[in-house]
Design a protein around this ligand. Sequence first.
Ligand code: CUA
Length: 390
Amino acid sequence: MHLGIRARRRLTRVALVLPLLALLASACSPDHYPQTALRPLSDFAKIGDDIQTTTFYWALGVFVLVEGALLYAIFRFRGKPGDAEPRQVHGNTTIEIIWTVIPALILAAIAVPTVRGIFQTSAIPTGDILTIEVTGHQWWWEFRYPDLNLTTANEVHIPVGQTVSFRMGTADVVHSFWPPRFAGKRDVFPNRQTRLWFKAEQPGEYPGQCAEFCGIQHGRMAFRVRAQTPEDFQAWVAHMQTLGPKPAPAAAAPSSADSVHTASAGAKVQAAQQPQAGAKPPAAKDSAAAAPPAPVDPAYAAGEKLFLAKGCVGCHSLNAVGAPKGMIGPNLANVGARSFIGAGSFKNTDENLARWIQNPQVMKKGVLMPNLGVTPDEAKSLVAYLRAHQ
Ligand code: CUA
């Protein structure tokens, strides 16, 4: 077979373009696109990934064979000027049977792992499992740990190496729970429970997303999966279990503090984790001497008052333990420690939190939280108060 100069040039060009395409494809790393299903980090995700890889190689084989035959025919049987008319063919039963049977066999071969994967991933997990109840809301995610008596929102903490079983529903419309590094999408429905499970293999923080159109802020209905080593997860649970209604101190307990943390408890958290420029930390020798009452940051105290006065408390619980069901807004027990606010939409910085509190509608139009007419100074106090809830 002789290739013309032109044909050879064309082949050279194709040969040059292919590595460029490969380079482009390799640029799609999870660092640039963290919401990828192509780098599985759990047993569940690997089942899906294996099926997709198997299908890909079958498709690659078909592509190479078909395109190879096509290229061979193009170059081998190329017409030259003066050639006689080729023999005309109308139908060939043998070839038609072959090209029907081969795809049928390929599809059957792909169906076997696919059906096996469907059964594997829809099985109900048994053994040492951690149950987490997921509720979709327009537009945020509620997570409850029934066995640990904990509630949180938008950031789900899970232990690595233990199967986590999600029991899921919705408070309003249909959503779809999708943690792409760990599992496929699973729709959540009203009045019906759907399930999803996986065993995470690697600690880290990974994105998740609502994957079913559920209103104008569907795109900002994200969440974070915080996979932790078993020790870190236990520490997190132990810490969260302290974030509940505190027994009122014997003397001078403000009645309004029953449903939220007492000021002194929150202020201690804040003093430990967020030393404010203005607030003087107690000197070491002082605290060693007579254990004086922790100083209450004025901004924190003002924020606590505003949280009640502005009615925030009507929609948001600050208790991780014993949080009431059916709250309209996300639980804020550990909001100060979360990476994002607005359901995975904005980095949890003081600036973003203040902006959000002053006018959530600007940042996430249509969100159920109304504009409460909070002034910039009030927002600062509320941020100080919420930031202490770690
Ligand atoms: Cu919830 Cu889309």
